[in-house]
Design a protein around this ligand. Structure first.
Ligand code: ZN
Length: 293
């Protein structure tokens, strides 16, 4: 009996220790699981905040980048009229007039993207209104980080400059009209105070109304930007691609602030075809690519 009792007690103890051991194993297991689970969760949280920081950083970088490559229109105007301080820095402003168009604008945007450089597009309101495709090109110009300037609505000399004199009221109406078109596509917040007169300001030096137009532009804080470098695509001469590239090299030779006149217009396919080489040339010469704001 005593012996029996002894064995019973021993058996009892063994059962209890087995249960305790089992409980211990289960709880330890749970603890380990929780530990790893928490660690995983923590890692996820840490990773998420790292990602967030990274994206903040890249946004800042994008903004910084944008500030780095856009230059105030009045500074650019001073670069053209020789009043900009000589800082020795080499800037090139690629500018494309008369777009958008279905033949070359998209290709030009693709080349600029591939070469990772920014440009300024002087657009026509009448072209933007032609189709949804044209509107989407304007949107892409902004999304890709390029600048947009106003090149009038119609580009028609007989309406803008009847009898060789700028019709100031009508000219300003066309500028307004294109601004409205731009706002309707890009949103009410979009604004540009940069214009390029069709044919350029320089070619109107004999126009008796030009001083009055300048005053009107000044009152409206609008700045006209001409150019000092050409590929020759506006001259109507049958230049070869090599000659056009040579035109760019020659006309930019004596300036470290090159504002290059080009066209994204249907008849100017060579401008698109030599664009990569033009960009490579300015890169080789150590120019920074800038836009006009
Ligand atoms: Zn033009």
């Amino acid at each position: 009996m005593k012996k029996n009792n002894f064995y019973k007690k021993k058996k009892h103890k063994m059962v209890i220790s087995t249960i305790v051991a089992a409980l211990l194993i289960v709880s330890t297991g749970l603890g380990i699981k929780n530990f790893f689970f928490n660690k995983q969760e923590k890692n996820k949280v840490v990773q998420a905040s790292v990602e967030e920081e990274k994206s903040k950083e890249s946004n800042n970088k994008d903004n910084k980048k944008h500030d780095d490559y856009s230059i105030d229109r009045n500074d650019v105007a001073n670069m053209l009229n020789g009043k900009y301080p000589k800082d020795g820095k080499k800037y090139v402003f690629l500018t494309f007039d008369d777009g958008p168009n279905a033949q070359t604008t998209e290709d030009i945007l693709n080349i600029l993207k591939e070469k990772d450089v920014k440009a300024t597009f002087f657009v026509l309101g009448s072209n933007i209104e032609k189709s949804d495709k044209m509107k989407s090109l304007i949107k892409r110009e902004i999304e890709d980080g390029h600048a947009i300037g106003n090149h009038s609505y119609s580009h028609k000399y007989d309406l803008l400059y009847p009898k060789g004199k700028v019709d100031i009221k009508y000219f300003m109406e066309e500028i307004d009209k294109t601004n409205e078109v731009l706002k309707s596509v890009l949103g009410e917040d979009f604004e540009t105070k940069v214009i390029r007169m069709p044919g350029g300001h320089l070619s109107r030096h004999k126009d008796p109304n030009i001083n009055e137009l300048d005053k009107e532009l000044e009152v409206n804080k609008i700045t006209n930007i001409d150019w000092n470098c050409v590929n020759g695509d506006a001259e109507g001469k049958p230049y070869t691609e090599e000659q056009m590239l040579e035109n760019v090299k020659k006309s930019s030779k004596n300036t470290n602030k090159a504002i290059v006149l080009m066209h994204d217009a249907p008849g100017k396919k060579k401008t698109r075809d030599i664009l990569s080489k033009v960009i490579d040339y300015f890169k080789e010469q150590g120019y920074e690519f800038k836009t006009i704001k």
